[in-house]
Design a protein around this ligand. Structure first.
Ligand code: AMP
Length: 273
């Protein structure tokens, strides 16, 4: 595995290769969820590039960028074990200058759900993803369905900016007790981790209601809210795959999303129905 830290070196290294390139952007502190993206990339590309970059522009001032978990050495080993060809490990100064051009997220879809309480978040996400895709020029780039709004906005950006990469959505990986894997889970105390299980329980309640034929969104949201009881809820929403609110679940075209705060940690999860 080759470790590269500057955009120019990576562009030079990948120049004129006629291989298919699968790209997995991450912020590090890798877990099995990230590895599942890397495995998908490995299975259908000749070269696999993983980036580890904790993107400062997607954190707001009160979000403690510097506290984001860092496990550089463990991450390198995991990438090596996962048969990654190139690990791109840039420094913020190599990615950002000053007085920069940036990508603005769409006025509606970028400012609902996660964007309500973090209004600058998706501008930062889209800007860094645009930069990374331009540096790597991958054939396919892999993103988790767990960050459903992010996946939706990146897919939209690629389409609307006429970019040629294919965005591949990857299923969410969970712990055996149902908690969605996340780099942020290490912030949880054992009591908070127990509380966090209410998130996947609420989604299970939703899917059981749908299986029983209950399709009314407000009814489902009400039951989910009740099961989340003591947690601070940012949102529980039912949307179609275009990320528009729907009054009734449309089978094969629906995402049910939850974001809560457990202790001081924001956790999100969703199911696609
Ligand atoms: P992050 O390092 O949190 O920015 O995540 C990097 C990529 O991994 C994103 O595309 C995430 O959606 C994806 N990801 C994070 N957690 C999971 C998970 N539990 N299962 C599958 N993909 C995930």
């Amino acid at each position: 595995m080759k470790i590269i830290s500057t955009p120019l070196e990576l562009k030079e290294y990948l120049k004129d290769n006629n291989k298919t390139v699968g790209f997995v952007p991450t912020m590090g502190a890798l877990h099995e969820g990230h590895i599942s993206l890397i495995k998908e990339a490995r299975a259908s590309n000749e070269l696999v590039v993983v980036s580890i970059f904790v993107n400062p522009t997607q954190f707001s001032k009160n979000e403690y960028l510097e506290k984001y978990p860092k496990k550089d050495e463990a991450d390198k080993k995991l990438c090596q074990l996962a048969d990654v060809d190139i690990l791109f490990f840039p420094h913020a100064d190599d990615i950002y200058g000053s007085d920069e051009v940036s990508v603005a997220s769409p006025n509606v879809r970028g400012f609902v759900l996660e964007g309500t309480s973090r209004p600058s978040h998706f501008n930062g996400v889209l800007t860094v993803v645009m930069k990374l895709l331009n540096i790597v020029s991958p054939t396919k780039a892999y993103f988790g369905k767990k960050d459903a709004q992010q996946l939706n906005l990146i897919t939209l950006m690629v389409k609307q900016m006429f970019m040629s990469v294919e965005i591949v959505p990857v299923e969410s990986l969970r712990e055996s007790d149902g908690l969605a894997m996340s780099s942020r889970n290490i912030y949880l105390t054992s009591r908070e981790r127990q509380e966090a299980l209410k998130i996947s329980v609420s989604l299970r309640i939703a899917s059981q209601m749908v299986n029983r034929g209950v399709l009314n969104s407000s009814e489902i949201i009400q039951s989910m809210m009740e099961s989340l009881d003591t947690l601070e809820i940012f949102y529980v929403e039912i949307l179609n795959r275009k990320f528009e609110l729907i009054e009734s679940v449309e089978l094969g075209n629906t995402v049910i999303l939850v974001e809560v705060k457990v202790g001081t940690t924001r956790l999100l999860d969703n199911i696609w129905i």
